[in-house]
Design a protein. Structure first.
Length: 66
């Protein structure tokens, strides 16, 4: 549970940094993002989930990160 809470904290840090450092640029980027078709956003989201799962698998099952 301790690891999970630390992981959530790291996600919040990485998600919040761009908004804190570059609020105007993020506003413009989000405006542009709102114009992208939902199918494209869904594809990007699924690709991100797949990459995340792959990274978790590699980290847990291989000695690559030891």
């Amino acid at each position: 549970m301790k690891f999970f809470v630390a992981l959530i904290g790291l996600v919040l840090i990485f998600e919040g940094l761009p908004y804190a450092a570059f609020p105007e640029a993020m506003r413009n980027w989000l405006r542009q993002l709102s114009e992208v078709r939902p199918a494209v956003l869904r594809g990007i989201g699924l690709a991100a989930v797949a990459l995340g799962l792959l990274l978790c698998y590699v980290a847990q099952r291989s000695g690559l990160l030891d």
